[in-house]
Design a protein around this ligand. Structure first.
Ligand SMILES: [Fe+2]
Length: 177
């Protein structure tokens, strides 16, 4: 369902500029309210209503300079030939930052997310897998996760970060055959 791996050095190079940005994280969130919004209990309360995007989040958006955007597209394209690549979301989570449960059901297709943290066991991609909720820690350094957004098989997911975390995501559309 979710393929988690350490990205290649080529892929890392294409988003390497974010490591510089990481040195100046947004202001920490004072409360741990995000733990509630990303909890299994909260999910159980909203699961009957498939939200496309999150109800609430505490994070900053990162703007990709054009040059870095094309570098990322070029690099991802080498791994996914004959696909179009579109930037889907770039976020900077502060300490205690989060993104609440959602499905992205209105934008189906393959996603590749690259996340970066310098702290061990400090930030989590949380998702529902069958009856279980999996709290999947990021690696120290870069983590890649590839997953399919499918209207008929919803992937509920959320993010919580005890320590700063950057993520950059692309949609991969298989339309150039
Ligand atoms: Fe999402």
């Amino acid at each position: 369902m979710i393929r988690k791996f350490r990205p290649s050095s080529r892929l890392i190079e294409s988003v390497g500029f974010l490591e510089e940005i990481y040195k100046n994280p947004p202001q920490p969130v004072e409360s741990k309210e995000g733990l509630q919004y990303t909890s299994e209990r909260h999910l159980n309360g909203i699961i009957g209503n498939p939200l496309d995007v999150c109800e609430v989040s505490m994070l900053d958006h990162i703007t990709f300079p054009k040059k870095n955007q094309s570098e990322l597209y070029r690099s991802v394209s080498l791994d996914y030939p004959k696909c179009s690549i579109i930037l889907s979301g770039n976020f900077f989570y502060p300490e205690n930052g989060y993104m609440s449960w959602h499905t992205n059901k209105d934008a189906p297709g393959l996603r590749l997310y690259l996340s970066y943290t310098e702290y061990e066991d400090s930030s989590f991609f949380i998702y529902k897998d069958g009856v279980n909720v999996v709290k999947d820690p990021d690696y120290v350094g870069w983590t890649a996760r590839e997953f399919l957004i499918d209207k008929d098989n919803l992937l509920w997911h959320s993010v919580f970060a005890y320590k700063p975390r950057i993520s950059a995501g692309v949609r991969i559309i298989n339309n150039l055959l």
